[in-house]
Design a binder for this molecule. Structure first.
Ligand code: NAD
Ligand code: TYD
Length: 342
């Protein structure tokens, strides 16, 4: 394994992964292959773009000819697929693009992996495929009950990866990561949205009662989990990756406001997301048995992340004034404010 194609590597987790792999393995070459949707951002790769072991190709994972040509041209032996439409609210608005990228696109990558006899194809999936988990923690063997167009399409993609292993012996691996946070996350997701809104003294839109639970994981812990599975995982297997930091949204928001010295009155309770999953929780015994442990405590990771957005306004102000402004207006103007925090 030496020539890794990181699909979706211009997005949040993929760009952090590309940077980490270049630093960690001096003999690896990293090719980022990305369609550059609204979420793909050249600024995420600025500090590695001149590295001689880094290359970039603009392309769609659903375009078989372009994927094949790229795999051949760069002598790719491994694919790690981060490319996806990734935001639940957008999937509720327009599901079609999710099925095209998160299901059909994965099929195209699997075909390339099969045809060119790649050493590994790792599909980055999500704990959302389990659906809402009211009690206990999901094991890899649990039933999949995805409930949003996003999670259903992610489930479709990873089931194809598993089917390729069984049917053709393609060495696929699947990781199911929990909610991830850190630098370079597009500010549509809760944490970067709330942090950047609060920096600007704008209201933060809390869905429903704010008592929804997510298991937060720092992006570098997520990336090290994916790398470990790539190196030591058993082909055909699935690995949960979770930070072990279950928190209610409202408590995370209090922490953010506290770190920024902003008042709780910025919180607006707004109309809930349809089909909003109450809680996610993963059992991580399987990946821990491979030797993985998250390194970053939530408190340190959150403080560093708040600091990063505070110190890198150039990065998010550009985004928030572009396509995002239309999205925000469309998505949030229709959400009535039901109550304001005291
Ligand atoms: P992101 O939205 O920040 O980035 C997605 C990237 O994929 C962008 O660079 C985009 O341009 C690219 N892309 C989209 N469609 C493409 C296509 N058809 N062809 C090529 N590139 C395409 O997403 P993220 O938060 O970095 O998530 C990365 C992966 O991790 C996704 O597969 C997501 O499902 C999974 N995941 C995310 C989280 C999380 O909390 N963010 C948690 C678990 C799993
Ligand atoms: P999000 O970051 O969209 O991730 P996911 O839906 O994949 O878990 O949302 C995290 C939690 O925050 C989720 O419970 C929904 C909630 N949320 C809000 O309350 N307000 C918002 O504006 C957003 C985007 C999310």
């Amino acid at each position: 394994m030496q020539n890794i194609m990181v699909t979706g590597g211009a997005g949040f987790i993929g760009s952090n992964f590309a940077r980490m792999m270049l630093e960690k393995y001096p003999d690896y070459r990293i090719l980022v292959y990305d369609k550059m949707t609204y979420a793909g951002n050249p600024d995420n790769l600025l500090d590695i773009q001149d590295n001689p072991r880094f290359s970039f190709v603009k392309g769609d994972i659903a375009d078989q000819a372009r994927v094949d040509e790229t795999v051949k041209a760069y002598g790719i032996d491994t694919i790690v697929n981060f490319a996806a439409e990734s935001h639940v609210d957008r999937s509720i608005d327009e599901p079609g693009g999710f099925i095209q990228t998160d299901v059909y696109g994965v099929y195209v990558l699997l075909e390339a992996a099969r045809k060119f006899g790649l050493e590994r194809m790792l599909q980055v999936s999500t704990d959302e495929v389990y659906g809402a988990v009211l009690e206990g923690s999901s094991k890899e063997t649990d039933l999949l009950e995805p409930r949003s167009p996003y999670s259903a399409s992610k489930a479709g993609g990873e089931l194809l990866a598993q089917a390729y292993y069984v049917t053709y012996g393609t060495p696929t691996l699947v990781t199911r990561g929990s909610n991830t946070y850190g630098p370079y996350q597009y500010p549509e997701k809760m944490l970067p949205l709330f942090i950047t809104n609060a920096i600007e003294d704008k209201p933060v839109p809390m869905y429903g009662d704010g008592k929804y639970v997510r298991d937060w994981m720092h992006v570098l812990d997520h990336c090290s989990g994916i790398d470990l599975v790539l190196q030591k995982g058993e082909p055909g297997q699935i690995y949960n990756v979770g930070g072990g930091n279950e928190r209610e949204n409202i408590d995370v928001t209090y922490q953010v406001l506290e770190l920024l010295g902003k008042p709780r009155t910025l919180i607006n309770y707004v109309q809930d997301r349809p089909g909003h999953d109450r809680r996610y929780s993963v059992d991580t015994a399987r990946i821990r048995a491979l030797g993985w442990l998250p390194q970053k405590s939530f408190e340190d990771g959150l403080a560093e992340t708040v600091q990063w957005y505070t110190g890198n306004r150039w990065w998010w102000e550009k985004i928030k004034s572009g396509e995002f402004a239309d999205y925000y207006a469309r998505m949030y103007e229709q959400r009535k404010v039901l109550a304001k925090h005291e």
